[in-house]
Ligand binder design. Sequence first.
Ligand code: OFO
Length: 163
Amino acid sequence: MIHKEIAKMLNDQINLELHSGYLYLEFANYYEENNLPGFAHWYNVQAVEEYEHAMKIRGFLNDCGVRVTFSPIGDTIKEFSDIKAPLIEGLKHEQLITKSIYKIYERALELKDHLTANFLQWFIAEQGEEETNAQVNIDKAKVVGAAGPALYMLDKEMGRRAD
Ligand code: OFO
């Protein structure tokens, strides 16, 4: 049986995951406006992935007999100084999400809620990937710079991210 306190933390995590999706849609909007459709595609796909993360937690709570409730999704960053700025914000955001997952995991272990701790293993591995992807995007953008053929090629590459 899932611990009540953990159920509340997981419910809050659903909101955070949906908030991640909103943030990445803002990134996509920015890149669309700045004629980088590949970058926009990459973040549109990422936003869908965040929705899936939220639904994975919702499914788990449902299976545990917990009624999920949704709260308003907070505002997101909309203005960026240059094309690297969203990528840097993306990494910071994923680090925050990782901390949140770790917090729930550690509390679940303290409360001997091993079912949730086991469930969160997937998210722990996923956050490793999320942070790596965010860092790789920053590194690539640094190499190519703010304009020119290399940026065009990188945009094409970003556009090939599978749905
Ligand atoms: Fe759900 O991993 Fe990103 O935020």
